[in-house]
Design a protein around this ligand. Structure first.
Ligand SMILES: [Zn+2]
Length: 331
């Protein structure tokens, strides 16, 4: 009996202990579940905030008129699927020793001689450029003449075929040697003259029927300093040979279009550097904002072949000829 009672007491104590144990467990589960719910709520609301981020401009870059904006700007978007050929087209394609011009591209060329105004010369009736840059070229030279009264700039190079580049390369090797050829004459297929977006400038003197070179000094400094207004950049700037692979060419200008020419000029970026710089602004990150006079632009980079574009705003897409696309929206 005594033994039986003891057993009963033990059983009773165990039962109470078990109940206390279960109660503690239940409290623990409730606390854990509460924490999980709390974490989920915080995570979801964080994402929601990100999606509806306010349109304030943050983190101004070193550029005078460029700013960035927070993740996922407003508006309706759609995704386009681009091709390899698309990536090799547009005013921001990078063509250099590492990235060849795609020979499959059919350039839409115009004769400068036929389409130019009277404010500059062209060296040959056969010289052509991309139709898309002709108006900018005319505006640039017209403004130069109006500002300075000088109208003797001569366009001495525009679009080049791969065969012609080969001829130039061979001639440079023969006449000036390997080093000169490597510094100034790109390998055939790797010259940006293939794009039709590049021009070489010189100066023409009627009295002596001769060329004087273009070094961008004196009156001609205006041409260099204001090229960006017309979408052009000095493609091989001073002290950028390490990046471009080409020595300083005061005379070689490349059309990249606004607002890119302004951002490059303001930040002293050559095209290699600019293409790289834009990788900081992917579609799902901050976009680069730039203003030129009264116009506002929004720029971002899309890696690969899927490009997101706005449904209801005006935009341009350019391949970078490397690994993706750059979208420029006119806001
Ligand atoms: Zn050139």
């Amino acid at each position: 009996m005594q033994e039986h009672n003891n057993r009963r007491q033990i059983t009773e104590r165990e039962r109470k202990r078990a109940i206390a144990y279960i109660r503690r467990r239940l409290i623990l589960y409730a606390v854990v579940a509460g924490i999980i719910v709390l974490v989920l709520v915080i995570a979801l609301s964080g994402r929601k905030n990100k999606q509806s981020a306010p349109e304030t401009n943050t983190q101004p870059t070193s550029a005078a008129d460029t700013t960035t904006q927070p993740t996922t700007p407003p508006g309706e978007w759609q995704e386009l699927t681009m091709t390899k050929s698309d990536m090799a087209q547009g005013h921001l394609i990078l063509v250099n020793a590492d990235y060849a011009y795609d020979p499959e591209q059919a350039e839409d060329l115009v004769s400068v001689y036929e389409d130019k105004n009277d404010d500059y010369y062209v060296s040959s009736v056969d010289l052509s450029v991309s139709r898309t840059i002709m108006q900018s070229l005319n505006n640039w030279m017209e403004a130069f003449y109006q500002e300075t009264g000088v109208n003797n700039v001569e366009i001495v190079a525009g679009h080049r075929t791969v065969e012609f580049q080969q001829y130039l390369r061979d001639r440079a090797l023969e006449n000036h040697g390997q080093e000169h050829a490597d510094n100034y004459i790109a390998l055939p297929g790797h010259s940006e003259h293939h794009t039709g977006f590049a021009v070489d400038l010189d100066t023409y003197y009627v009295e002596t029927d001769s060329l004087g070179g273009f070094d961008g000094t004196g009156d001609y400094a205006w041409v260099v300093d204001n090229a960006w207004r017309y979408g052009f950049v000095q493609r091989y700037p001073l002290n950028k040979k390490d990046v471009t692979g080409i020595s300083y060419e005061e005379w070689h200008f490349r059309h990249v279009g606004l607002p890119h020419s302004k951002i490059m000029y303001d930040n002293n970026l050559c095209l290699e550097e600019y293409i790289d710089y834009l990788r900081q602004y992917p579609f799902d990150g901050e976009h680069l904002l730039a203003s030129v006079d009264d116009e506002e632009f929004e720029i971002y980079y899309c890696e690969g072949y899927n490009v997101t574009v706005p449904k209801d705003r005006e935009y341009e897409i350019s391949g970078n000829n490397v690994d993706g696309f750059i979208v420029t929206i006119r806001n």
